[in-house]
Design a protein around this ligand. Structure first.
Ligand code: NAG
Ligand code: NAG
Ligand code: NAG
Ligand code: NAG
Ligand code: NAG
Length: 444
C-alpha cells in the first residue's frame, strides 16, 4: 500500500510539473510567443513576414540577420580580489545554454570550490557544475558552469531575472556571482494593443499577432467557431448577412450562429440554441392548446410537450415584478389563434418551468363545446338564446342556419361579420383536431 501511495504521488508530481512548466515547451514552436520561446531556450526573430517559425532552437548563421531579438547581456563584469579572481562577477544566462566561468585562486590544499545559492528571483531550476580544480603549484583554476533549465523561468518572469551564488574556495575571500537570466523578450513590452495588423483582434508583439480569445490566424483574421459547443448548427448566414434568422432578438455572429441581444425586454429568456427565440414564440408555438384551453385558473397544463406549463391566475400587480438585473420578469405576449381571436397573456420562465397568466381567454363557449360532451345540451341552450337574440335583431349571420348555429353576438371577434363575409364555415365548429395544432417538439 505504501509503495502504491508513493508511486501515485510521484505520478501526480510529474503531471503537476508538466502542467506548470513543461507544456508550453512541447507545443509546436510556431505557436509560441516570444516570451515563451525565450523561456524554453529558443531564439526569436521579429521579422513580420517570416516564411518559417519565429522561434528556433538551433539557429544557423544566416537566420534572421536584421531583426533577431536582442537579449541583453549584463556586460560580463568581473572584479579581481586579492587571492581570488574574480571575487565578484555578473553574467548573462540564456535558458538551456551553458555558461562557463573560470575562477583562479591560491590554494595549498587544491580544494574544490563549494557553491551556495543565495537567492533567485525565479526558481532554483538551474544546473551548476564545478570541475575539479587544475592546479600549478598553489595556483588553481576551477570552471563553474551554469545552465538554467526550461523550467527555470515562470510565466511572470521578466527580461532580467537573476540568481546569486557564493563560491567558497577555502579562503577568507568568497566569490559572489550574479547570474542574470533572460526570461522574457524586451520587445514584448512594446506590444501594439488591438493592432490593425491583427485586424483589431489581437496585440501585435515581436513581429507576430497574439490573438484575443475567439480569433486565430497570422493576422487574427479567422474566428474560432466551436461547432461542438454550439451543436454544429449554422443558424444564420453571413453571406449575405441574415440577421432576420435570429427572430429579431439577435444578430448573426461571426460563427454563423445567432448572438442574442441582452438588453431587451425579455432578453433573459432568448434561446441561444434556438435562433434567439423569445419566450412568447416558444409558448405560442409549443403550448397553443394550453393557452387556448385555459379557463384562467391556476394549475399545471399538461400537453404533449415533455414539460408542463404552469398556469397562474392573472394578477396585474405581478406584471411589474423585476429581477436582480432590473429586467421585467413577466413578458407580455399575444397571438391570434384560429377560433379564438387574439389571446393576450404574460409569461415568465425559471428553473421549474414556464409560467403563464392569461389576460383574456379564448371564447368560453368554444372551449366547453369541444372539451365536454355532457355540456353540449347546455351550450345548445345558450346558443338557442343567442340565436333568438340574433333573430330579434334581424341579423342573418349564417347562410346555413339549419346546419350551423349562429355566432354569439357578444363575441367581439364576430360582431361585424355579415353574410357577405361568410363562406359557410363556422369557426366555432371546426373539429378539435384542426383547431389544435400539434405542438412542436422544440427543446427549451
Ligand atoms: C514566479 O515568480 C515569482 C517571483 O517573481 C514568485 O513569487 C512565484 O512564486 C513564482 N511562481 C511559480 C509558480 O514559481
Ligand atoms: C493585449 O494587451 C492588453 C493590454 O496589455 C491585454 O490586456 C490583453 O490581454 C492583450 N491581449 C492578448 C490576447 O494577449
Ligand atoms: C378550469 O379548468 C380546470 C382544469 O383545466 C378545472 O379543474 C377547473 O374546474 C376549471 N374551472 C372552472 C371555473 O371552470
Ligand atoms: C397579486 O400579487 C401581489 C404581489 O405579489 C400579491 O400581494 C397579491 O396578494 C396578489 N393578489 C391576488 C389576488 O392573488
Ligand atoms: C402583440 O405583440 C406584438 C409583439 O410583441 C406587439 O408588437 C403588438 O403590439 C401586440 N399587440 C397587442 C394588441 O398588444
Amino acid at each position: 500500500m505504501r509503495t502504491m501511495a508513493s508511486v501515485c504521488f510521484m505520478v501526480f508530481m510529474l503531471v503537476f510539473v508538466q502542467n506548470v512548466f513543461g507544456n508550453i515547451c512541447t507545443k509546436n514552436e510556431n505557436s509560441l510567443t516570444c516570451d515563451e520561446c525565450i523561456r524554453c531556450g529558443g531564439e526569436w526573430c521579429r521579422e513580420r513576414k517570416l516564411p518559417t517559425s519565429h522561434c528556433v532552437f538551433t539557429s544557423g548563421d544566416g537566420w534572421c540577420p536584421a531583426e533577431r531579438e536582442y537579449l541583453p547581456a549584463a556586460g560580463d563584469k568581473s572584479t579581481k580580489g586579492i587571492e581570488v579572481n574574480p571575487v565578484s562577477a555578473e553574467r548573462t544566462l540564456h535558458v538551456g545554454k551553458k555558461n562557463k566561468l573560470d575562477i583562479q585562486y591560491t590554494s595549498k590544499t587544491k580544494e574544490k570550490p563549494k557553491m551556495l545559492i543565495l537567492q533567485s528571483t525565479q526558481s532554483f531550476n538551474i544546473e551548476f557544475d564545478i570541475d575539479e580544480p587544475e592546479c600549478a603549484g598553489t595556483m588553481c583554476v576551477a570552471t563553474v558552469s551554469a545552465t538554467p533549465t526550461q523550467d527555470f523561468c515562470n510565466v511572470t518572469g521578466g527580461v532580467s531575472e537573476y540568481v546569486e551564488v557564493s563560491i567558497n574556495v577555502g579562503l577568507a575571500e568568497e566569490v559572489k556571482v550574479k547570474y542574470y537570466v533572460v526570461c522574457a523578450c524586451p520587445c514584448s513590452g512594446k506590444a501594439e494593443i488591438r493592432s490593425p495588423v491583427c485586424n483589431g483582434n489581437g496585440n501585435y508583439s515581436c513581429g507576430i499577432c497574439i490573438c484575443e480569445p475567439g480569433w486565430t490566424g497570422a493576422s487574427c483574421e479567422k474566428p474560432i467557431c466551436d461547432e461542438t459547443k454550439r451543436g454544429d448548427v449554422v443558424q444564420c448566414s453571413l453571406n449575405p448577412r441574415n440577421d432576420e434568422d435570429c427572430n429579431g432578438n439577435g444578430y448573426c455572429g461571426i460563427c454563423e450562429t445567432c448572438v442574442c441581444y441582452t438588453d431587451r425586454e425579455g432578453s433573459q429568456y432568448f434561446d441561444q440554441d434556438n435562433n434567439c427565440a423569445g419566450l412568447c414564440t416558444i409558448t405560442n408555438g409549443d403550448y397553443e392548446d394550453c393557452l387556448v384551453n385555459s379557463n384562467g385558473t391556476s394549475g399545471m397544463c399538461f400537453n404533449s410537450h415533455p414539460n408542463p406549463l404552469i398556469m397562474q391566475r392573472y394578477n396585474v400587480s405581478l406584471t411589474n415584478e423585476r429581477d436582480y438585473e432590473d429586467k421585467k420578469v413577466w413578458v407580455k405576449c399575444n397571438e391570434t389563434f384560429d377560433g379564438c381571436g387574439m389571446l393576450e397573456y404574460f409569461a415568465k420562465r425559471d428553473e421549474r418551468g414556464i409560467y403563464v397568466m392569461m389576460v383574456n381567454l379564448c371564447n368560453e363557449i368554444h372551449n366547453e363545446a369541444i372539451v365536454a360532451d355532457t355540456k353540449v345540451p347546455i351550450i345548445l341552450g345558450v346558443l338557442g338564446i343567442v340565436a333568438a337574440v340574433a333573430a330579434v335583431s334581424g341579423v342573418m349571420l349564417w347562410k346555413h342556419l339549419n346546419t350551423v348555429p349562429p355566432v354569439p353576438l357578444n363575441d367581439p371577434q364576430y360582431q361585424n361579420i355579415d353574410a357577405e363575409d361568410c363562406t359557410g364555415e363556422n369557426p366555432l365548429y371546426k373539429p378539435p383536431t384542426s383547431s389544435f395544432k400539434n405542438p412542436t417538439y422544440g427543446k427549451w
